[in-house]
Design a protein around this ligand. Structure first.
Ligand code: FAD
Ligand code: UDP
Length: 370
């Protein structure tokens, strides 16, 4: 008899398995329908011997000392600050938009103060910032929006930014200085030996059993367990009883080239050309030296593995119906990006899993007190 059946061996499932086994002494079974642990953060050495991310670039960043401290128990880190270039009007420019982006795009020589005034002169007055279009045009105006955001977003999400919640493009700041980092978090680093090695350390414990290639539907009535942690899609758990929640997907095309370096930085975005959104070259992330290089092209699509919850009002409403059902299912905890339908980064999922663990333990203490 397992104390917990954990569905999904990604961040949500692995953090909870580690805490429940290591801290609370529970007997845990983690199952995953894939043939590997790590969820979407899984990395592996490809045929050329280069460490790549199977499900696209995963760059770790957090402002939470608790999350960083917790993960540091399972990995050393390689300091890494992410920088992204984007191709606009035949030029390779820094994104997020900063002073250099605007100067290089328009052949100007503005100072930061002049750029602030320039933005003031071109930004649109949006009374109620609601959509992903509103966010950008209210900061940098229509032309920069069209060149850097509109087409990328249409490609990535299969819909116009005016249909998406403001939180999507709010992920990308606008800067008037020359800071060209993608993130400004206090902690930015890559697991020194990769994510999969970190997950292995996290869940290697005598009380944790792992079953791969296993869908929970196939085993839920066979395996004896007391409680469940579910980290797959919440609508799937409830047999789509209110209809399907949309998740945007991607096809990843991995390639190895016979050259030491393919592009200047880890990620180059292609907002206005090609069917893919971006190309990632992993050696920039991992620091690996190798005479060849491996890259991944991302092609957005529907109806494949669920990767991104789609932030728009009607989906939030539908999710709330599933959440009510989830709240009425006390022996199952729903955790992670798919199970709580939240566009969460890795650190947010770790934080959510740690906070679920404290709720579970408090609950248990309360049970004991009664
Ligand atoms: P997942 O990693 O999706 O794990 C869920 C697991 O459950 C999966 O392994 C799945 O196979 C399993 N599962 C589902 N249903 C079943 C079932 N019925 N039976 C058995 N198993 C099941 N975050 C960052 O912080 N930085 C980044 O740079 C970054 N880049 C990203 C790039 C891409 C392309 C994507 C898609 C995401 C990115 N993220 C990034 C987000 C990050 O991947 C997630 O926050 C994190 O991996 C979510 O962890 P999770 O455990 O909630 O879900
Ligand atoms: N985005 C864009 N142009 C860019 C980069 C991002 O329009 O060059 C928008 C797009 O809608 C994207 C969102 O900003 O989905 C968030 O970007 P991020 O890089 O955080 O996406 P993720 O890494 O989660 O795919």
């Amino acid at each position: 008899m397992f104390d917990y059946l954990i569905v999904g061996a990604g961040f949500a499932g692995s953090v909870l398995a580690e805490r429940l086994a290591n801290d609370a002494g529970k007997k845990v079974l983690i199952i995953d329908k894939r043939n590997h642990i790590g969820g979407n953060a899984y990395d592996y050495y490809d045929d050329a011997g280069i460490l790549i991310h199977k499900y696209g670039p995963h760059i770790f960043h957090t402002n939470s000392p608790e999350v960083f401290g917790y993960l540091s128990r399972f990995t050393q880190w390689r300091p890494y600050e992410h920088r992204v270039l984007t191709t606009v009007d035949g030029k390779l420019l820094p994104i997020p938009i900063n002073l250099d982006t605007v100067n290089k795009l328009y052949n100007l020589n503005l100072t930061s103060e002049e750029l602030e005034k320039f933005f003031d002169s071109i930004k649109e007055d949006v009374k109620n910032i609601r959509t992903s279009e509103d966010v950008v045009v209210s900061q940098v105006g229509r032309d920069l929006y069209e060149k850097f955001f509109r087409n990328y977003t249409r490609k990535q999400w299969g819909m116009d930014p005016s249909e998406l919640d403001k939180m999507v493009t709010s992920r990308i700041p606008t800067r008037t200085n020359q800071d060209d980092r993608y993130f400004t978090d206090a902690h930015q680093a890559m697991p020194l030996h990769g994510y999969t090695r970190m997950f292995e350390k996290m869940i290697t414990h005598p009380n944790i059993h792992v079953m791969l290639n296993t869908d929970y539907k196939a085993v839920k009535d066979i395996i004896p367990f007391k409680k469940m942690i579910f980290t797959g899609p919440v609508d799937e758990y409830f047999d789509y009883c209110y209809g399907k929640l949309p998740y945007r997907s991607l096809q990843f095309v991995h390639k190895t080239y016979d050259t030491r370096e393919f592009q200047q930085v880890a990620v180059v975005n292609y907002p206005n050309e090609h069917e893919y959104t971006r190309i990632t070259e992993y050696k920039h992330l991992t620091g690996q030296t190798h005479e060849k290089t491996s890259v991944t092209y991302e092609y957005p699509c529907w109806n494949s593995d669920p990767y991104y919850p789609v932030p728009k009002p009607e989906n939030a409403e539908l999710y709330q119906k599933y959440k009510s059902l989830a709240d009425e299912t006390p022996d199952v905890h729903f955790v992670g990006r798919l199970a709580t339908y939240k566009y969460y980064n890795m650190d947010q999922v770790v934080a959510q899993a740690l906070s679920t663990y404290s709720k579970i333990t408090q609950h248990n203490l309360a049970d004991i007190a009664v």
